[in-house]
Design a protein around this ligand. Structure first.
Ligand SMILES: Cc1cc2nc3c(=O)[nH]c(=O)nc-3n(C[C@H](O)[C@H](O)[C@H](O)COP(=O)(O)O)c2cc1C
Length: 163
């Protein structure tokens, strides 16, 4: 799948077959996160790839809208040092990871991290040092279904020269 197709067809997938995803594919997907743009090239992130089923369940139970993490093949926990643009940087990496997963034929869904009451708990669960911010929990796996979320049309959101 080329990158334009991956970008245009990515949608949140919250149901997974249970089939594993190879370490090689997980590494390639996270490598795409690693290469995202960051303010001042600070690259303030760390990625924790969680595949242990008990840990996946524990993370899922800590969230409010991420119960499906328990069934994912992997949950990529994206954390950033508390830099000025940590949120923008971490979100950039998160989106790259979701698009890369799509390009590998996988489904994924972003579960909120930053500003959530469980952020500190999850940080401790994965052993990240104090001061790191939880950006996102990215559930990935082989998709059970393809969903088509409604999107606002380009003609409505694109303004040439002025709003
Ligand atoms: C910052 C952020 C937080 C999100 N948090 C959750 C979440 O906690 N649980 C969930 O099921 N989906 C979550 N999502 C996924 C959105 O619900 C989804 O992206 C949106 O409905 C648009 O659908 P699409 O991803 O298929 O385009 C989150 C997405 C973003 C960008």
């Amino acid at each position: 799948m080329d990158s334009i197709q991956a970008l245009k067809t990515r949608r949140s997938v919250r149901a997974y077959t249970g089939d594993p995803v190879s370490r090689e594919v997980i590494e390639d997907i996270i490598d795409c996160g690693r290469l995202a743009a960051t303010a001042n090239n600070l690259q303030p992130w760390e990625f924790v790839a969680v595949t242990d089923r008990r840990m996946l369940r524990a993370i899922a139970e800590s969230t409010d809208y991420g119960g499906f993490i328990a069934q994912a093949a992997v949950c990529v926990v994206v954390l950033c040092k508390n830099t000025k643009y940590y949120l923008e940087d971490g979100c950039n990496a998160s989106q790259n990871i979701l698009v890369a997963a799509r390009a590998h034929g996988l489904g994924g869904c972003w579960v909120a991290g930053d500003k959530k009451p469980y952020a500190e708990k999850v940080r401790r669960m994965v052993g990240a040092p104090e001061g790191y911010k939880l950006i996102s929990l990215l559930a990935l796996g082989h998709p059970v279904e393809e969903l088509q979320t409604e999107k606002r049309p380009l003609s409505e959101v694109l303004h040439w020269e002025r709003f």
